[in-house]
Write a protein that binds this ligand. Structure first.
Ligand code: HEC
Length: 117
């Protein structure tokens, strides 16, 4: 019995650790990059539903990158040149999976709300 519990626990452990790591990495991207412009941080994430974040982040964040690159308001941003390159580059694509996990984890309908609410 103990052995079974141990195995079940181990499986759970090995599944949950990478997920937590991805969310953490995604959060780092979000606070380092996205919050340069989207200063309302957490509430910006919880304004969208999981489905909305999922579709924006599909195909390595293709829609999200496009939305920015085509926006007139984005072109007016002070750091436009830097972030144009960022959204076009491989770094964004590479990290988009982590970012997606973070965004979905804290979406409006995720049930994950900060403890103080
Ligand atoms: C250089 C500034 C800048 C950065 C960096 C930036 N954004 Fe944006 N973002 C904008 C602007 C400007 C708009 C408004 C586009 C429009 O409506 O014309 C926007 C729009 C959006 C929208 C759609 C607006 C809405 O409320 O539905 C989402 C979602 C979004 N950004 C998410 C992100 C995420 C996630 C990141 C990090 C990878 C990010 N943004 C990084 C400037 C930025």
């Amino acid at each position: 019995m103990k052995k079974v519990l141990f195995i079940v626990f181990s499986i759970f452990f090995f599944i949950s650790i990478p997920t937590q790591a991805a969310i953490y990495k995604g959060q780092k991207v979000y606070s380092k990059v996205c919050m340069q412009c989207h200063t309302d941080g957490e509430s910006f994430v919880s304004n969208k539903k999981q489905k909305e974040w999922n579709s924006l982040m599909k195909n390595n964040g293709n829609s999200l990158a496009k939305l920015h690159l085509e926006s007139e308001n984005f072109k007016k941003e002070v750091q436009y040149e830097t972030y144009k390159k960022y959204f076009e580059g491989s770094s964004f694509k590479k990290k988009s999976k982590h970012l997606k996990q973070f965004l979905v984890e804290y979406a409006k309908d995720s049930g994950n709300v900060p403890a103080c609410n």
